[in-house]
Design a protein around this ligand. Structure first.
Ligand code: NAD
Ligand code: USQ
Length: 417
């Protein structure tokens, strides 16, 4: 079993989870995410260990081995060698640039995000065709591929009747950033590979994931996974919990009616395991919407405020100018039945918010850098990255900022092409 993107927020807990279940796990990552952090002055609120330290600690505590390989998916010869060596039965693919704001900084970051994600996934499809044609590809897509249409969102496909004829076609996608669009392009490529080569694939359109504790990350501090809170990598819910903990108002962008699907990281583990244990057929491109509840941003802010109020703590909320171009009040009804049918037993945010997010944040509140938490740094119309610029000019700052970021983007894009 290959877990691609195994150094990431979800990938590391997933590698441990599958190892615990008895799979032989090869953990693959190019450590790009740690480089992007160094470049932008961002960091995980929860201290995290290197992959070498993590896998060693895992083996010490459980007697199970996770094999660790540093590899860039856009480097086809390297990917080809790993596939030829392991011929995996299944691949869980997390290894992409996953931040919408990062992809909107400038041309370089948009091009980089799409080349990294689309080329990486395309390479993977060829490696499967040539070395492991029976392998089940489990690909992390995103609910953001669909955008916010004014009709119900189905799971991947839509029955359409047009001019008296009917067909079942991929659901129309109107994504909201160059990052989200990279996932749409991936979905099209995966669908095509299933049709022409008989690849078996599950494309998981995942909602926003929250929480950092799984059975395995809780075993030892060396096994913890990352928690992002800055305006490039931190999701709204993570940011709200940290803002509240350090006494800053919660930054709701615009009206706050933006509604998305959400799930607990423990349910991510369960969903991917269910997909793995109930594989797609050869030639099938199966799409599951992977989330358990939907909330608007205003509802998230209220939930955080209510959870804190139970402990006598006050929380303030501010509606600030929206840096993104998105609909701020809309219809949203997304189906998510397939994983429930396979047996998913969801955790719910209202029941776990205090334990799974607020509690963890409280323990690390003294590590919070308020500059990173403050107003958004990337504007959808004009791009730029204000936070990085401020970091670049700070005394003792690492060599970060837009120029460095752009240089990195150019180098990586050239290398990938
Ligand atoms: P993450 O950034 O923490 O992890 C992604 C990992 O992939 C990083 O460790 C990075 O170094 C690696 N990577 C990126 N490009 C690579 C390449 N070319 N070769 C090898 N490794 C590469 O992200 P995450 O939050 O764990 O998300 C994992 C996946 O799930 C992503 O594809 C993301 O789009 C998707 N997803 C995440 C969420 C969420 O809320 N976190 C929601 C929906 C979908
Ligand atoms: N938002 C705020 N305040 C903030 C930050 C964000 O109101 O401080 C708003 C945004 O404008 C947006 C909504 O919250 O309307 C969601 O933004 P987000 O940053 O929480 O999540 P998003 O950019 O959609 O991306 C995250 C992950 C991404 C994943 C996606 C799932 O970073 O990898 O694909 O969630 S989904 O949203 O379903 O597409």
């Amino acid at each position: 079993m290959l877990v691609l993107g195994a150094d990431g927020y979800i990938g590391w807990p997933m590698a441990m989870h599958l190892s615990r279940l008895g799979y032989r796990v090869v953990a693959v990552d190019n450590l790009a995410r740690r480089r992007w952090d160094r470049e932008g002055g961002t960091y995980s609120l929860v201290p995290i260990r290197s992959m070498g330290q993590r896998t060693r600690r895992w083996a010490e505590l459980t007697g199970r081995r996770i094999e660790w390989r540093r590899l860039d998916l856009t480097d086809y010869p390297a990917l080809d060698r790993v596939f030829a060596e392991f011929r995996p039965e299944a691949v869980v693919h997390f290894a992409e640039q996953r931040s919408a704001p990062f992809s909107m900084i400038d041309r370089d970051h948009a091009v980089f995000s799409q080349v990294n994600n689309v080329v990486g996934t395309l390479n993977l499809l060829f490696a499967i065709r040539d070395h492991a044609p029976d392998c089940h590809l489990i690909k992390l897509g995103t609910m953001g591929e669909y955008g916010t249409p004014n009709i119900d969102i189905e799971e991947g496909y839509l029955e359409i009747e047009h001019n008296g004829r009917k067909d079942r076609l991929p659901y129309p996608k109107v994504a909201g950033s160059f990052y989200h669009l990279s996932k749409v392009h991936d979905s099209n490529n995966i669908h095509f590979a299933c049709r022409i080569w008989g690849v078996r694939a599950t494309d998981l359109n995942q909602g926003v994931v929250y929480g950092i504790e799984t059975e395995d990350t809780a075993l030892d501090p060396d096994l913890m996974t990352r928690f992002d809170f800055d305006s490039i990598w931190g999701t709204a819910l993570n940011r709200f919990c940290v803002q509240a903990a350090v006494g800053q108002p919660l930054t709701v962008y615009g009206k706050g009616g933006q509604t998305r699907g959400y799930l607990d990281i423990r349910d991510t583990m369960a969903c991917i395991t269910l997909a793995l244990q109930n594989p797609a057929e050869r030639g099938e491109c199966r799409v599951f919407n992977q989330f358990t509840e939907q909330f608007s941003i205003n509802q998230l802010a209220d939930l955080v405020a209510e959870a804190r109020a139970q402990h006598g703590l006050k929380t303030s909320v501010s509606h600030i100018a929206n840096p993104r171009v998105e609909v701020e009040a809309h219809y949203y009804n997304a189906k998510h039945q397939h994983l429930l049918d396979l047996g998913l037993k969801p955790h719910y945010l209202g029941e776990t918010l205090i334990d799974s997010v607020i509690g963890a944040v409280g323990r690390y509140a003294d590590r919070v850098d308020k500059v990173l938490l403050s107003k958004p740094s990337v504007n959808w119309r004009s791009g730029g990255n204000e936070v990085w610029e401020r970091y670049a000019h700070r005394e003792g700052a690492p060599r970060v900022g837009r120029a460095a970021a752009a240089r990195l983007g150019r180098t990586r894009v050239r290398a990938a092409l």
